[in-house]
Write a protein that binds this ligand. Structure first.
Ligand SMILES: NC(=O)c1ccc[n+]([C@@H]2O[C@H](COP(=O)([O-])OP(=O)(O)OC[C@H]3O[C@@H](n4cnc5c(N)ncnc54)[C@H](OP(=O)(O)O)[C@@H]3O)[C@@H](O)[C@H]2O)c1
Length: 330
């Protein structure tokens, strides 16, 4: 099979697309014939060996995919050969065949194409758990979304809108903000150096209820300062490469709560809400109420260019790799 291999850690260009033997599923695993895969920022970090989890080389890159079950392990009962599935794994998705733990896969609803299914899991689950369960967003809340043109950010704009909130989208270009508006944002702000706090005061004079932050760096603190008394700030990632340090006197003076969301610990420590969210998310996906925005598409052979596109901050919404030519679902 063809696969995007990382044989030495480094820049996206270190990845090579080659022929390697098909992977074999273990007892609790499923092999998926991959139709489409989606790029996540951590894929770039894993290749660079700069992610919080270190994967030794060589490995097949890619953490998110959709396709059809091709073979099932001996212990797998819930899936059969031919089922349409999508899901996430740490590595292995940018290949014609990928082995994934059966528990990491969901059935693709009828009418949802493979590219949308591949692009849905990580970003929309992150946004949904973080806003619905961690921040407890209510209808009528004012929500600020940082990095609103990115995968998680744009998903958060959609999710907050579906939850009945009013969204202020923060992103670095008009192009990103236009897409955020089309996804439901009611206000948009393009930060000017050192002025984000003043810009937010102008558009949200009463302050916000919730901030969703997948970026960190120098936008986090001004966004936190834009919360009204009792607001909630949810940290989900540090795409800027910088973990912000928040002065605790802000928490004291504003009575705000700082919360965190991490996919693995949330599933482990809060399985009830994780399962409730999953049911709601699948209904929203099947009904077409949540649909990932796919900003760019690449072929499997162009995987290094797809990773470069995300690394260079050019992605709007999700970047998809069409492993097989797209087909319209039945
Ligand atoms: N906690 C979890 O379980 C979880 C789950 C999924 C993802 N994450 C994390 O969430 C973060 C965002 O993921 P994503 O998939 O949304 O990434 P993405 O699509 O690449 O978007 C990240 C956004 O961050 C902004 N940004 C600011 N400085 C940047 C820089 N130096 N390089 C790249 N982007 C920069 C960009 O927006 P502007 O250009 O508008 O500033 C970009 O649109 C990542 O750190 C990821 O690891 C966490």
């Amino acid at each position: 099979m063809r696969a995007a291999m990382c044989r030495s850690h480094g820049a996206p260009e270190a990845v090579t697309v080659e022929d390697i033997p098909d992977p074999v599923p273990g007892p609790d695993e499923v092999r998926v014939s991959v139709a489409a895969a989606a790029v996540n920022f951590p894929d770039v970090l894993l290749v660079a060996n700069e992610y919080q989890v270190h994967v030794p080389v060589p490995f097949v890159v890619g953490s998110e995919l959709a396709g059809r079950v091709d073979e099932v392990g001996t212990n797998v009962r819930e899936l059969r050969v031919g089922d349409r599935v999508f899901g996430a794994t740490m590595v292995g998705a940018f290949a014609e065949k990928a082995v994934v733990h059966a528990a990491g896969l969901s059935r693709t609803p009828d009418g949802v194409d493979d590219a949308s299914a591949a692009a849905f899991g990580v970003a929309h689950r992150t946004a949904y758990h973080a806003l619905r369960s961690v921040a407890s967003v209510q209808s009528g809340d004012e929500v600020i979304v940082l990095g609103a043109g990115g995968g998680v950010g744009l998903a958060a704009v959609q999710v907050a809108t579906v939850l009945g909130a009013s969204v202020t989208a923060i992103a670095s270009s008009d192009e990103k903000l236009d897409v955020a508006k089309a996804c439901g944002a009611t206000r948009t702000v393009q930060p000017r150096a050192g002025e984000l706090r003043a810009q937010l005061r102008e558009v949200l004079p009463e302050g916000a209820d919730v901030v969703l932050d997948p970026v960190g760096g120098d936008v986090a603190e001004p966004a936190l300062r834009a919360l009204r008394w009792g607001g909630r700030f949810v940290t989900v990632g540090y795409a800027s490469g910088e973990i912000p340090r928040i002065p605790l006197n802000l928490v004291l003076l504003k009575g705000v709560t700082i919360l965190g969301y991490d996919a693995r610990s949330f599933m482990t420590h809060d399985p009830e809400r994780a399962q409730r969210d999953e049911r709601e998310l699948m209904d929203l996906l099947a009904a077409g109420d949540l649909k990932p925005h796919i900003g760019a598409r690449f072929t499997l052979d162009d995987t290094p260019a797809a990773l470069r596109y995300v690394a260079d901050r050019r992605a709007i919404g999700k970047v998809v790799i069409d492993v097989r030519p797209p087909v319209t679902p039945r």
